[in-house]
Write a protein that binds this ligand. Sequence first.
Ligand SMILES: [Fe+2]
Length: 366
Amino acid sequence: MKLELKDNKVFFENKGHKKEIHPFWLRERVNGENFVDKSTQQRLFDPTQLPENIQIKDLSLKSNFLEIKFNDGASTKIAIVDIFKEFSNINDVKQIEKIKWDSSFRDQNTFKFKENLFETDEMYKALINFYQYGFVIFKNVPTKNNFIINFANSIGSVRRTNFGEFFNVKSKPNPNDLAYTSLPLAPHTDNPYRNPVPCIQMLHCIENEVTGGLSTLVDGYTVSEKLKKDFPEYYKILTEVKIRFQFIDESVILEDWAEMIQLDENSNFKQVRFSPRLDFVPLIDKEKLELFYSARKKISELYNSKNYRIEFKLLPGDLLMMDNYRLLHGRTTYDANEGNRFLQGCYIDYDSTEGRLKHLKRKFNY
Ligand SMILES: [Fe+2]
């Protein structure tokens, strides 16, 4: 990438393509203290109030800066690296490459909790790992009731759902309520019926005296890539047909229509939803439905296969943070008469983790 100047015009060249940069685009980026607030980087002027015929009056290229004078009297120095950054569309989070994993994954992605963790280099590394693998486990997190809210709000802000600000996953010896059962939970994603679906789930283990009740995780990205490779027809239909996910209780009806494998604008992986008790397939052509049902059966088989699942026991003080758009989670069965098992959970959205990651990157100059 390079910049060229000619006749008071700025040209940007990238891989043999040369284009003029609109003078108004540069005028919007004037950055002296009269134009931009130093700490917030917010503009002190409204570009929609500027005259439309902004032109460059004088221009020079210094080693790292472009110096510009505009015809409305404004002048500025713009760092060339900042211009390049905007043209290369750099997104700190999207740049982190996802690493696929299956049941052979051994590195448990653990980080130790400590005072001030959220402002440390360690937290930056934990967040990078989170985006690479879709989960991270913090050890030694104080086992205080509701500490999870504290933890979540230190990264960003808690996303409230129909289950409240946080939820309890609890078992008691001789359970007397369905909420306290110890039945196994098959791999699923949470809240597929919400719009938007909560991005990240946190689960904090306060007590765990039982021998079973292992947490299970499956990488939905690995499974959908496998499906794409081995069963392209199945992959295609699961990325095309929108199905209705639904939750109903006395006070609310929540519904959202989405594909089981959702792709982004570049046809890359974006999100999986899987919760076979809550999904309703639309009445489409019989042949299409036939293919859809086979595809759903196959992806369910892969999600439930031992080949893709990791299992581990959450111990008191462990806090699991997982990507609800990428991973499926579940639990193996256990004997509730063995003792207490008490976990607390909540959700946060991506803007929280992205915001903290970018802040830490800036702070440590990465
Ligand atoms: Fe869940």
